[in-house]
Design a protein around this ligand. Structure first.
Ligand code: GLC
Length: 423
């Protein structure tokens, strides 16, 4: 008995010593959208208290394109200062070689996530990152204004345009010169690839590059969808929309100056914040459909993950952090506070989540049917594919050429980039 107690005591102190000897100073990079950084810090404080590790946040710009450019440089240079990266869903194939394989570490928890999301982060059998949240956009609309003018929630882009214009004109005439019909992400960056893929796909125009690698973007349905979006600029959407990312469009919307707004679910909790002019006045619907036989509502699949750098000097502690940030516990808090969509199946049946953010349970089918960007078929070339696509779209929106002209050039550029039968 006495010997047993002694042994237990000894083992405990050994564990404690080992535990403290392993305390690590970690760094994580994170983009800055809404109050995402403050939320991350609150979770990291808990992690620090539980583990004894310390974590420094290296803040990054909110544009995923800017983040990607920086991370690619750091990783290519074998940067040992950053242990953990927050990664966009589209990056896995491009950065796979630079991150540790998390298959073994996550073996006990991968089954809690939607299989399609785990699959999106698996490259040649290697689990490159653990999901933190998924993303699928909504059409945000002003309930009060639709009611005031006796309008229904639009289900086609044509209806959206007509309703946006009518309400915008009437509100301006009634004394709000700042009112606009529709705001979205029109800057030349990854966000425009997301918005434009929705216009094209919803109009039966395909997915830019199909799952089998075929370049499909140069078609009439795609051109018609992009020309239609170009007609919004200066009519229902401000000229300035050509420079908007998520946060700028949310700014106009949250001041109460737009009838409709395309954005991701994070804008839901912020729009209902105390400092929001539209608190309680809006709701969300699936994005509108286009025309033609293949028209459907299309949402681009987004989402963020946590990856561990293979250059991290503290890989074990860094993996602990990745597991923590993707855990059910943190995802639940993230859902309740940030209205980010969880990747953990059971959280869609969680009463606390549904009560705090009703968008979440109702968005499950939308993200499960969301359209992926062609990052899997175009592999390491995805970023260039996307940048050629958003440039062609941005040119069209800015009045530099018609969609048909720009998509023909895009097809030629994509064919050169592909450089042969396979990507
Ligand atoms: C959101 C999405 C992400 C996408 C980005 C575009 O953050 O989650 O996948 O690339 O928006 O701006």
């Amino acid at each position: 008995m006495k010997i047993n107690k002694l042994l237990v005591g000894l083992l405990t102190s050994v564990t404690l010593v080992v535990g403290s000897a392993q305390a690590a100073d970690l760094s994580i990079v994170s983009g800055d959208t809404g109050n995402g950084l403050a939320f991350l810090r609150s979770q990291l404080d808990k992690f620090e208290a539980d583990t004894g590790h310390t974590v420094t946040v290296v803040p990054m710009p909110s544009s995923t394109s800017d983040q990607f450019g920086q991370y690619r440089l750091w990783l290519a240079a074998g940067n040992t200062d950053i242990d953990v990266y927050q990664t966009d869903v589209i990056w896995a194939p491009q950065l796979a070689d630079q991150f540790l394989d998390l298959t073994e570490a996550a073996a006990g928890v991968v089954g809690d996530h939607f299989p399609s999301i785990i699959e999106s982060q698996t490259v040649d059998g290697k689990l490159v990152a653990l999901p933190a949240f998924t993303d699928a956009p909504a059409l945000y609309y002003r309930k009060d204004l639709l009611e005031k003018y006796g309008k229904t929630v639009p289900t086609t882009w044509a209806e959206m345009e007509a309703t946006a214009k009518e309400i915008m004109d009437a509100e301006r005439a009634a004394g709000n010169p700042e009112m606009w019909g529709f705001v979205f992400q029109g800057n030349a960056y990854e966000g425009l690839t997301c918005d434009a893929l929705e216009w094209v796909m919803s109009n039966g125009g395909g997915q830019i590059v199909e799952a089998d690698g075929t370049i499909s973007i140069n078609n009439e349905q795609a051109a018609a969808a992009i020309d239609r979006a170009a007609s919004w600029i200066g009519t229902i959407s401000p000229e300035g929309n050509l420079a908007y990312q998520e946060e700028e469009s949310r700014g106009v919307w949250q001041l109460g100056n737009a009838v409709f707004h395309r954005n991701w679910p994070y804008a839901y909790s912020l729009g209902n914040g105390d400092d929001s002019a539209v608190k309680g006045l809006f709701d969300v619907a699936p994005l509108p459909k286009g025309d033609g036989p293949d028209a459907r509502s299309a949402a681009t699949l987004g989402g963020w993950n946590v990856a561990v750098s293979k250059y991290s000097p503290d890989p074990e502690a860094a993996i602990e952090l990745a597991l923590f940030l993707s855990s059910t516990e943190v995802q639940k808090e993230r859902a309740i506070n940030q209205s980010n969509l969880p990747t953990i199946v059971s959280l869609y049946d969680d009463a606390d989540v549904a009560a705090a953010q009703p968008i979440i349970p109702s968005w499950k089918d939308i993200f499960l049917n969301a359209v992926p960007r062609p990052s899997a078929p175009t592999k390491v070339k995805y970023n260039e594919v996307s940048s050629l696509f958003w440039s062609a779209v941005h040119n069209t929106l800015s009045g530099n050429g018609t969609a048909a002209e720009n998509l023909e050039l895009l097809e030629a550029d994509l064919t050169d980039l592909k450089g042969g039968e396979a990507w």
